[in-house]
Write a protein that binds this ligand. Structure first.
Ligand SMILES: N[C@@H](CCC(=O)N[C@@H](CS)C(=O)NCC(=O)O)C(=O)O
Length: 213
């Protein structure tokens, strides 16, 4: 397999983290950001969106980070990562979709509007509003984690990856509040996972005030 990705991209980190959890061999092809290549015809033939990540398995290309997570879990994962049972699978899918459409949307707006925007150009009201939304989403996640080790039940699954991949930045951004208790406990458990440390816990100082990818 080949993974076309940028290591500082949170969507790529989700996939790199799962590849690490599964112990799979793959070739990393630096793409996007300073490495460029997103508008090359060859790359666009794999992913017409011209964004990262893209997974190439033989001659089969998969794009959209969550589609890649599901593909890898279905082809190489232990069943519990993304179970066949429709209800168990749905419990995981809903947190993956929630992460992308709810929490990610607000957190990425904050990350770009606050961290990646030069100080003098920031919109303080917009950032304050996104901080409020992120805190609200954290209360929803905190309730889900009450009495559970993981986002769904007590076993690590795909439900932990999309929201977990953003927690390192969320927890270390000076604009956000302390994590609520269950989220803090769960996040601490993620930081003990080797693949999380290798692919997600990467310094992001060089992205500060940098609006270019
Ligand atoms: N929904 C897509 C979003 C992909 C996306 O926006 N990728 C960004 C990085 S997070 C990108 O390629 N930006 C251009 C670049 O990195 O140069 C996914 O989850 O895969």
């Amino acid at each position: 397999m080949k993974l076309y990705a940028r290591r500082t991209s949170s969507n790529c980190q989700k996939v790199l983290w799962l590849l690490g959890e599964l112990g799979l061999d793959y070739e990393f092809v630096a793409t996007g950001g300073d490495a460029g290549g997103l508008r090359d015809a060859g790359y666009l033939a794999l992913n017409p969106n011209g964004v990262v990540p893209t997974l190439l398995d033989g001659d089969f290309a998969v794009w959209e980070s969550h589609a890649i997570l599901r593909y890898l879990a279905a082809t190489h994962g232990p069943e519990r990562y993304w179970p066949e049972d429709p209800r168990k699978r749905s419990a995981i899918d809903r947190w993956m979709d929630w992460s992308q459409s709810q929490f990610d949307a607000s957190f990425m707006a904050l990350f770009w509007g606050y961290w990646r925007t030069p100080e003098g150009e920031r919109d303080a009201d917009a950032n304050r509003s996104q901080v409020g939304r992120c805190r609200y989403y954290m209360t929803i996640l905190d309730d889900a984690l009450e009495g559970h080790a993981c986002v769904v039940g007590d076993q690590f699954s795909l439900a932990d990856i999309p929201v977990g991949a953003l927690m390192y930045r969320y927890a270390n951004l000076d604009a956000t509040a302390a994590l609520p208790p269950n989220v803090a406990r769960w996040y601490a458990s993620l930081t003990e996972r080797e693949a999380f440390r290798a692919h997600v816990m990467l310094p992001f100082d060089d992205l500060k005030g940098r609006l270019a990818p």
